[in-house]
Each structure stands twice: as C-alpha cells, then as structure tokens.
Design a protein around this ligand. Sequence first.
Ligand SMILES: C[S@@+](CC[C@H](N)C(=O)[O-])C[C@H]1O[C@@H](n2cnc3c(N)ncnc32)[C@H](O)[C@@H]1O
Length: 184
Amino acid sequence: MPYIQTLPDTFTTPAYYSDKEMLLLPAQLRKKAEKKITELQQTYARLKSLLDLYWTELGLVFSFNNFCWAWYCVNSRSVYFKTETFDCVRDDGNHVALAPFLDLLNHSCKAKIEAGFNTKTKCYEIRTLDKYRKYEQVFISYGPHDNHHLLIEYGFTLPDNSYDTYELDFGKLFFNLDRITKSF
Ligand SMILES: C[S@@+](CC[C@H](N)C(=O)[O-])C[C@H]1O[C@@H](n2cnc3c(N)ncnc32)[C@H](O)[C@@H]1O
C-alpha cells in the first residue's frame, strides 16, 4: 500500500489526452497513438468480459480508467526480471517486475548501465557505467527508443534523442516526385 501511494495518479501519454490535444499531434504520431489506444480498449474489453464472468465483484469496479492507470504504472515503471522459478512469463521469456525506488530513475538515451537480479545478494542491481559528479542526477536507459515511442509509452520526449527517426511516407513521396517530374 505505501508503494501504491508513491505511484502517479495520472500520466502524460496520449491515452490521457483530450480530443483537442490529440488533434495537435503530427498525423503519423496521432495514428500510432490512436492504434495504441485501440489496443488498450481491446485488452480492457477482453479482461472486463472475463472478470464479469468469473470475478463479478472486481468486474464492477474495473473501469477503463482504472485499467489505463494500472497499465501505465506497469508499462512506464517496471523492469525485466529473468528467473527460473516463476510461471508467469512474457512471450520473450522475461518477467515484468515493479520495484520501489528503482522505478524513480529517469531515462537518458546516452546512459549505459548493467542491470539484473543478483542471485548472491538476492537484489535487483543496476550499475551505471557512466561517470557522475556528486548530486548529479543518475540516469538509466529504457532502451533505444525514438520520440514517438517515448511519448506513446512513457509520456515524454527528449530534445536530443540520438535514436530519434523521421519516417518517410513513400506513397506521398512518390506522388510528389511524380507531380514534380510531370511539371517539367
Ligand atoms: C520509471 S518512471 C521515472 C520516475 C518518475 N520521474 C517519477 O517521478 O516518478 C518513468 C517516468 O518518468 C518520466 N521520465 C523519465 N525519464 C524522463 C526524461 N528524461 N524526461 C522527462 N520525463 C522523464 C516519464 O513520465 C516516465 O513515464
């Protein structure tokens, strides 16, 4: 319970945007954000119908808002945790774990770290391979993500993201090239 009280009440991911805010997103990003929201709605609907059948009391309080909050708590704050002993694993063989304090570390695309469960100390350890001065913020890396991914999954972007990409729409590109060559 004390841990749950430290979790954010809301998130800055597009799933929390108003319709007006969604319209401010560039078209490509808006498309991806809408796809993510549709996936969330579908997952929620599947879980809700299961709960309504098998766990009616929980089904009654299981709203889409509650589901989104839980989803983004786990999605934006959990670590991968590989052990042999648990049954619930992701398709890639990893476990997902929430860990107090550890989930306070912010992302930098430049951060270099080593992380994992140390079976000797029985602790999940994160070791930075970067140099920091006393009182400086220590960063970890959430992965080589571009700004679209960071915004949709974590609710922020980096101004100096070395993994940022610009996706070319070949349909539009060829249409415009065609128009240019025809105008000569
Ligand atoms: C694992 S938590 C990190 C702790 C979080 N800053 C807090 O105060 O609880 C991940 C969230 O922190 C924020 N975050 C992480 N790295 C960031 C960064 N470089 N710039 C802005 N926000 C960041 C995002 O809201 C992200 O969803």
